[in-house]
Design a protein around this ligand. Structure first.
Ligand SMILES: Nc1ncnc2c1ncn2[C@@H]1O[C@H](COP(=O)(O)OP(=O)(O)O)[C@@H](O)[C@H]1O
Ligand SMILES: [Mg+2]
Length: 374
């Protein structure tokens, strides 16, 4: 009876210590972990040296009295060495764990997981400072990238606008004058062969004029600035269907007024790039473009029934092998605090979902919207 009681107490003590003791032990562990790496290593090594020195002295004092001294010596040295290696391994593992974790995060970020951030231990102040500095650096790089992307997109858009206007206002005007001159010349010439030549030249000038107009509209359709997103996209879809053997189902729902200019440009360019990709890569027969606006956001969905692609594989492709179209689409959505997701199944098709919020924390957006509406 007394035996079993002892057993009970023993087991109980062993498996669940008193909560206060547990708390004390936790506090002790936390304060041990919060010691800087340098001191952790120093304490561990001091402990090993202490054990080695004490054991060595103890052994030396018994050397003369023991008959099989060499055996003792070998055993002691072997055990001492083993213990010091194990102890060092364990303590260094604990001491360097935050640094190793940080290293792993760094490698993953370098491999492309740009949204990953280094974890904080909450105990090791030095490691946490390193992790915080690394995270701050990543945020700064992201911010700089965002700023650069914004500048590139804005500069590109302005340059396209400038070239489109120049093509329309200058080159087209000159060609139109040329066409009129040729028509007058054609009237005034009696020679049949000469007339024939002029007619051919007029036809050529006509084709060039049409090509320049198309190029100008492709660069920046004036309808986007003058009439808004939906008329510009309807025009684009009509042209697209004439150029490619792909049927486009275009649907728009819930739009009541003009959207802010950057949002219209972003959505136009995203749909344009998505449809260009469908024509270039998908071998699709049909594609659907659905645009919708509600109280919070504007949504766009572009889906095709083409061959699809392996998105994971594409994300692992670095450098110049990877096109910039999808990256640009993401950038345009992110710059307006929106999201863009791509679903693609090889053999089934691709769907792109875009969501751009109407009112961001940026006050200028809503102000611009009011301006447009007015
Ligand atoms: N709708 C689509 N159907 C099939 N593959 C696509 C589609 N959209 C994109 N892709 C694939 O994704 C790749 C990257 O597209 P993108 O970034 O626009 O670059 P690019 O068009 O210059 O090749 C394409 O090369 C293609 O393999
Ligand atoms: Mg592309």
């Amino acid at each position: 009876m007394s035996n079993s009681h002892t057993q009970d107490v023993f087991t109980k003590n062993n498996t669940s210590p008193h909560p206060a003791q547990q708390r004390e032990a936790n506090r002790f562990m936390r304060s041990l972990l919060s010691i800087p790496v340098f001191y952790k290593v120093l304490i561990a090594n001091s402990f090993i040296i202490f054990v080695g020195a004490t054991g060595g002295t103890f052994l030396a004092s018994r050397l003369n009295s023991t008959p099989d001294t060499p055996v003792y010596l070998v055993v002691f040295v072997a055990v001492g060495w083993l213990v010091s290696v194990i102890l060092n391994f364990v303590v260094l593992q604990i001491a360097f764990r935050p640094l190793m974790d940080l290293g792993k995060v760094m490698s993953r970020v370098q491999a492309g997981e740009r949204t990953l951030r280094a974890p904080l231990t909450g105990t090791d102040a030095q490691a946490d400072m390193l992790a915080r500095t690394f995270n701050t650096m990543l945020e700064a790089i992201d911010e700089a990238n965002r700023l650069r992307a914004n500048q590139i997109i804005t500069a590109q858009e302005q340059e396209r606008k400038r070239i489109a206007r120049e093509l329309h206002d200058e080159t087209s005007q000159v060609l139109t004058s040329l066409l009129i001159s040729l028509a007058i010349l054609e009237e005034s010439i009696n020679n049949e062969e000469g007339r024939q030549r002029i007619t051919e030249t007029r036809t050529l000038a006509h084709q060039t004029l049409r090509a320049i107009r198309n190029l100008s509209i492709d660069l920046r359709p004036s309808a986007l600035d003058d009439l808004g997103l939906l008329p510009a996209l309807r025009w684009y879809v009509k042209e697209y269907q004439q150029k490619f053997p792909i049927e486009v189902d275009f649907q728009a729902d819930g739009f009541k007024q003009r959207l802010p200019a950057e949002m219209e440009t972003a959505l136009y360019r995203i749909v344009q790039e998505a449809l260009t990709n469908v024509a270039k890569h998908s071998h699709a027969h049909c594609t659907t473009v659905i645009l919708r606006e509600d109280a919070e956001a504007v949504y766009a969905t572009i889906s095709d029934d083409g061959q699809g692609f392996d998105l994971d594989q594409l994300q692992k492709t670095h450098g110049q092998d990877r096109g910039l179209g999808l990256v640009g689409m993401h950038e345009r959505a992110h710059l307006l605090a929106g999201t863009l997701t791509i679903e693609s199944t090889p053999g089934v098709g691709t769907t792109i979902h875009v969501r751009i919020p109407l009112y961001t924390t940026n006050a200028t957006d809503s102000e611009q919207r009011k301006e447009h509406v007015a």
